[in-house]
Design a binder for this molecule. Sequence first.
Ligand code: NDP
Length: 478
Amino acid sequence: MAKFEYAPAPESRSIVSLRESYGLFINGEFTPGADGRAFKTISPATEEVLAEVTEAGPADVDRAVNAARKAYEHAWSAMPGRERAKYLFRIARIIQERARELAVLESLDNGKPIRESRDVDIPLVAAHFFYHAGWADKLEYAGYGPAPRPLGVTGQVIPWNFPLLMLAWKIAPALACGNTVVLKPAETTPLTALAFAEICQQADLPPGVVNIVTGAGETGRALVEHPGVDKVAFTGSTEVGKQIARACAPTRKKVTLELGGKAANIVFEDAPVDQAVEGIVNGIFFNQGHVCCAGSRLLVQESVYAEVLASLRRRLATLRLGDPLDKNTDVGAINSAAQLAKIRELSEVGEAEGAQRWSPPCELPVKGFWFPPTLFTGVSQAHRIAREEIFGPVLSVLTFRTPAEAVEKANNTPYGLSAGVWTEKGSLILWMASRLRAGVVWANTFNKFDPTSPFGGYKESGYGREGGRHGLEAYLDV
Ligand code: NDP
């Protein structure tokens, strides 16, 4: 199938007005850092510097935690739930009003296609605030006792793959339950969190209820280790998650961790192939594969292997890689030079270990960080590309003969965040779902998210749930 010729259709970036430099958002105001340190955030698609951002040190983190404590004691925890709900509804509506601006900003700073930030990330961000606004005055019906209490000050650290969406997953339930927040966005994607700080001002949120401290790993460490923090919520790598679990173990802090994954996307011989191929593509090439629950291991039943692979190769040849702001783009830029180096390294290991690598013909832009959609066949379970999270647009293909073998291979991983099952038989879906050790099992679909549905992992994918009624538990004293 030949690619259509498309004229470029770039989304205008004029809707975004970037400041040259950004301070920290503490106690309702943008303020400079104590030691004047700053770092630059760039567009991964062009390497253009977008803005300079303050690096928060321990003194700044301390100031933010104190502001959050004061706001917790004097404003937020004492406010009736129905009043807190009004703020959350207001924030949700402002996000909808500013949706186009936020989508462009996210694509600029992160490198993800505008189609995804516009149609997936930002609508889900608003949905999370709307959903949790609804809970704020109904917590006594959530199943956690007649008068559930908040925990206090929450320290939240998020990654770069869904910057504003991960912020919403963390901040919306925390505020709905009556907690206050200090959040650290990832070093490479701080801009939408800073835009969110402006939204808090616009919504007249009481000062100190939300504080944003920008910085790198050290800022995150200062935050999670601060003695004034009552609850830690982290999304990121398993390695850092383990460090945080160790640091918090001797304290009374409540911790939730959402870590890596190596999900199996399992295609049975009776699956509708075209639909499954769309699900496979969505499972691993959505957001350049920078997705903790990505379907990075494809398990295909042997009898349909040739058919599925041929169809998948045809489909991959139609994907458009390029300018994240172009509305035709399917695959955007890799978020950072460091992440690109990791994807390249693991892909080279895949070849060296004997798997066969394939990518469609695909021209990569000269500037910026890019990696073509890539398939590995002939992958065995022992290969590193079948065991380790690559966190990029790289799919490892394995085969199986029986459902029992599929379950065994799917569960043969230290992770357990998600899985996908493609078959016509409802009974097989249920049989598989009850045996797969994964927090989410999608049937005949993949990467479907909804604020009402709990999300979280087994084993080294972390603990605690985010979203839905279950997600409230992490922010209540139960
Ligand atoms: P990290 O786990 O290092 O980063 C996640 C967040 O934690 C970032 O805000 C980071 O800051 C911060 N951080 C780093 N070190 C510490 C620390 N010691 N204490 C507290 N906070 C800290 O992930 P990376 O960005 O380095 O990505 C590495 C790998 O992790 C990826 O290749 C991927 O495999 C996996 N990953 C998984 C994600 C998921 O959703 N499960 C998300 C992101 C990555 P900063 O970014 O500023 O360094």
